[in-house]
Design a protein around this ligand. Structure first.
Ligand SMILES: [Ca+2]
Ligand SMILES: [Ca+2]
Ligand SMILES: [Ca+2]
Length: 170
């Protein structure tokens, strides 16, 4: 479009009453639609975040109990260190021979009331990383520690412990 002196100096358009009413109505409708969109989005947000079917992270009061007992065995700092992880291993190694077998695992699981026995066996199989039917410090506990330490900061937080412990027991 070529801008001429004529078009620049064109008179300011004059609207009649009908045009103004129509313009006002269109603006109001647009405002109402905007509000409805906002309200719909708010409801969508609420329904997503409060929906009962939303999958929750695994949790276990038993795992929290073990964590809280184990983490202050050496350093009460809110984290399980490598040494504290080994302490858990020694608790399960009832006869102190450096190996944890399935019988020891189930015995301790029952005596400490850690829940369903089948979970003990599932956890045992997952922690026995080389599949020789014994849990040993090397390689099983070393590998398990690395697996628990999700953010690789060299220590295990309560959240890391509970989530991994539960997912390995189910
Ligand atoms: Ca600690
Ligand atoms: Ca043993
Ligand atoms: Ca093993």
């Amino acid at each position: 479009m070529v801008i001429t002196l004529n078009s620049l100096s064109a008179p300011f358009p004059v609207y009649n009453d009908g045009q103004i009413t129509r313009y006002f109505r269109v603006s109001c409708n647009r405002l109402i639609m905007d509000y409805m969109l906002i309200i719909t989005n708010v409801f969508l947000f609420i329904s997503i975040y409060s929906h009962p079917a939303r999958p929750s992270l695994p949790d276990s009061p038993e795992a929290r109990l073990i964590f809280n007992a184990a983490e202050r065995n050496r350093t009460p700092d809110g984290f399980i260190t490598r040494d504290e992880m080994q302490d858990i291993f020694h608790v399960f190694d009832e006869n102190g021979d450096g190996l944890v077998d399935q019988t020891e695992m189930v015995d301790i699981w029952r005596s400490r009331q850690l829940g369903n026995t089948s979970h003990a066996l599932t956890l045992f199989q997952n922690i026995d990383t080389d599949g020789d039917s014994f849990i040993t410090e090397v390689p099983d506990i070393s590998r398990t520690f690395i697996y628990f330490d999700r953010n690789e900061d060299g220590k295990i937080s309560e959240e890391e412990f509970v989530i991994v412990w539960t997912s390995l027991s189910l």
